[in-house]
Write a protein that binds this ligand. Structure first.
Ligand code: NAD
Length: 439
């Protein structure tokens, strides 16, 4: 489906469409939370605790640029809840990072760990910056200075960062190195689990890089089994072709499914005969990480991308992409949320009306935190697991989580997002009731 002239006329750049749809992300979390808490009749005291964050750390720190200027950056770490275990969650480097977004992302992490049944709480952080404006050396100094500014607000048994948008294993390695430099030499070896998503040589886990995309595909496989849907020959579209989107696309290809449209920050492309995600990834790697100009597909507008008819849509970019404005355009059977918060509550309502299935973010993209947990365990035990072992354990965990959410949706006769919240809130509620509130 090529972009029609009308589409082109109406074309907003990806950046504009992102800005237009940017409502308060934390308001979305609050609405989702209220819906589930009302339905399950969550204890009112526990409701009060969970509807706010535990700690919000904002740091401003100076960094010397390559041209000797000093820039001052703002970094965040929000710790939502640690009833089930240490705070856990990624770090994002993006111009739109602010306290509202980080609060929302931290809260989703609490639910995600609880649904996956791993002993972590929820946190998130980031720095408000556009990394494309900085050299590698500047990014290293920014990362190290941020880590130093966070000080003991992170720690291997307390709060464990990981990669998210625009951060990667290299950045995790700098965080590790900086953190270790601040602890006494004899304690360093037992602190390597201060961060996950590290390069494998620096204590990372095999399978962590692909874990989120792999988990997305495991949940799609289960959905297909439940629906009696054949993945071979199915069509899919992917928004965001970074860590999550590219891995999900490449792994789904192995099932014989056909990728027909992709969108990233640089634009969108379409090819009805199919786009080879491995070839596209090679192209992106050679072209500054973006897909625009890919010669084996047609450029289309962001609007035409969302209007593309396909079986499965995998949003893997940012929040608030499927909204009251854009959800009516979708012509798919399933939205598998690789990204955090891609659908806002208005979008959700429309997807329900259109009978489009949704595998919600806090289930669908939990493969990342699950394998982060495996990395954390391997570091603590000085073990190194083979890839097959990691994949097999991830499969077991995420399929267990999928079934838990599916069954809860049936029990409460509700949508999957609300069901996922109920699973998470019930397990945290149980722990609070057992342990009580100090003093
Ligand atoms: P990434 O930085 O590797 O990739 C982000 C991708 O999104 C890039 O291709 C970028 O071009 C694209 N993008 C950015 N803005 C866009 C826009 N306005 N429209 C279209 N595309 C846009 O990030 P990632 O790690 O793949 O994370 C993507 C999403 O998945 C985020 O919501 C993140 O929170 C979530 N997530 C990531 C992980 C993980 O392990 N990395 C785990 C769970 C959830």
């Amino acid at each position: 489906m090529k972009a029609s002239p009308a589409d082109i006329e109406r074309t907003l750049t990806v950046r504009e469409i992102g800005k237009k749809k940017r409502a308060s992300v934390y308001d979305n979390v609050a609405k989702q939370f209220d819906q589930a808490a009302n339905l399950m009749n969550l204890d009112p005291n526990i409701r009060k605790i969970l509807s706010t964050t535990t700690n919000e750390i904002v740091v401003h720190f100076p960094v010397r640029m390559d041209d000797d200027r000093i820039e001052v950056f703002t970094g965040y770490r929000v710790q939502h809840n640690n009833a089930l275990g240490p705070f856990k969650g990624g770090l994002r480097f993006h111009p739109a990072v602010d306290i509202d977004e980080v609060r929302a992302l931290a809260t989703w992490m609490t639910w995600k760990s609880a649904i996956a049944n791993i002993p972590f709480g929820g946190a998130k952080g980031g720095i408000q910056l556009d990394p494309s404006n900085y050299s590698l050396g500047e990014l290293e100094r920014i990362t190290r200075r941020f880590t130093y500014a966070l000080g003991n607000n992170i720690g291997p048994e307390y709060d464990i960062p990981a990669p998210d948008v625009n951060t990667n294993p290299q950045i995790m390695a700098w965080i590790l190195d900086t953190y270790l430099s601040t602890v006494p030499p004899h304690e360093r070896q037992r602190c390597t689990h201060v961060v996950t998503g590290k390069p494998v040589e620096s204590g990372g886990s095999l399978g962590r890089d692909k874990a989120t995309g792999q988990g997305v595909v495991y949940t799609i496989e289960e959905w297909a089994k439940d629906r009696g849907f054949e993945l071979k020959g199915a069509t899919y579209t992917v928004q965001g072709f970074g860590n999550v989107g590219s891995w999900a696309a490449c792994i789904l290809k192995k099932h014989g499914a056909k990728l027909i449209a992709v969108e990233d920050i640089s634009g969108a492309i379409f090819e009805s005969e199919g786009i080879d995600p491995d070839d596209l990834l090679n192209y992106a790697k050679k072209n500054g990480g973006v897909i625009s100009g890919y010669p084996k597909a047609e450029p289309i507008s962001p609007t035409a991308f969302l209007r593309t008819e396909a079986d499965i849509f995998i949003p893997s970019a940012l929040e608030n992409q499927i909204t009251g404005d854009t959800a009516p355009w979708l012509k798919v059977k399933l939205v598998a949320e690789g990204a955090n918060g891609p659908t806002d509550p208005d979008g959700d309502m429309i997807l329900r009306e259109k009978n489009i299935d949704v595998i919600p973010d806090i289930l669908c993209n939990s493969g990342g935190v699950i394998v982060s947990y495996f990395e954390w365990l391997q570091n603590k035990r000085s073990e190194f697991w083979e890839l097959e072992e990691v994949d097999c354990k991830l499969h077991k965990k995420i399929v267990g989580a999928y079934k838990g959410v599916r069954d809860k949706a049936k029990e409460f006769n509700t949508d999957w997002r609300t069901a996922a919240y109920i699973v998470a809130l019930s397990s945290i509620e149980r722990v609070y009731k057992e342990r009580g509130i100090f003093p």
